[in-house]
Design a protein around this ligand. Structure first.
Ligand code: HEM
Ligand code: HEM
Length: 180
């Protein structure tokens, strides 16, 4: 049992986990803001003609300047600050990197300690978090007016991801108890 020689590794893991949970909360907040801005926005669902609908979708894709004379849509652009979507996207990228870092630390640390993997339910819990995070990011990249399922999938996966995060923290914590 040589955990102390890996203590720096687990210290990085603890910080990364704190940052992951913080990032998740910031994503929930910025995502909630995106949702609010979209649902309090008269376009594009209430737009009547095809060209406006298409322009509206252009707004939803974050290019308000590409909009000519669509007053309802102009207010949509005001509702939703230009920095919001890129911020949400960048935070999402950070979450993906943190989760991959945690996976790397978990695998390297466990291999260094035991020479093998699969010592507890923490392994499937960790792999589930990684898979869900990657799936959520992939769905997010698919979100577009032509793919209404992508937004729904993004939100559903994020709800499950919360449960998975709690599970991985609880199982990881119970493993830590062994060493304390
Ligand atoms: C895993 C990394 C993530 C990435 C890359 C990502 C990216 C995106 C993108 C591109 C959109 C579409 C924005 C638009 O409508 O133009 C979006 C929407 C949204 N995201 Fe995320 N996101 C991530 C994680 C999360 C998480 C963890 C949450 C919540 C806990 C979240 C909540 C939302 C919400 C509520 C929306 C608004 C959906 C709507 O307008 O109905 N996202 N996200
Ligand atoms: C997204 C978050 C996390 C991921 C993806 C992750 C992933 C992993 C993986 C894949 C392993 C190897 C497990 C095995 O082969 O049995 C591992 C080990 C470990 N993880 Fe995590 N982990 C995460 C969060 C945490 C947290 C929050 C803690 C502590 C509270 C933690 C503590 C540990 C410990 C102590 C081990 C060593 C396993 C042992 O001694 O049996 N992990 N982690």
């Amino acid at each position: 049992m040589d955990l102390p020689s890996f203590i720096w590794l687990w210290r990085i893991a603890a910080w990364s986990m704190g940052l992951s949970l913080t990032t998740y909360c910031l994503l929930a907040a910025s995502g909630g803001f995106l949702y609010y801005a979209r649902s309090h926005n008269p376009a594009p669902t209430q737009a009547t003609t095809q060209p406006i609908t298409q322009s509206g979708e252009a707004v939803a894709q974050g290019s308000p300047n590409a909009l000519p004379n669509t007053p309802g849509l102009a207010s949509a652009a005001l509702n939703r600050p230009a920095w919001l979507r890129p911020t949400h996207y960048i935070l999402g990228g950070i979450l993906v990197l943190l989760v991959l870092l945690l996976l790397g630390i978990g695998v390297v640390g466990t291999l260094g300690e035991y020479g093998g993997l699969g010592h507890s339910v923490h392994l499937p819990a960790g792999l589930t978090v990684v898979a869900l995070t990657l799936a959520s990011a992939w769905c997010a990249s698919r979100i577009s007016p032509q793919r209404p399922w992508a937004r729904k999938a993004h939100l559903t996966i994020n709800g499950i991801l919360l449960v998975a995060f709690i599970t991985v923290t609880a199982t990881g914590w119970s493993v830590v108890q062994k060493y304390l």
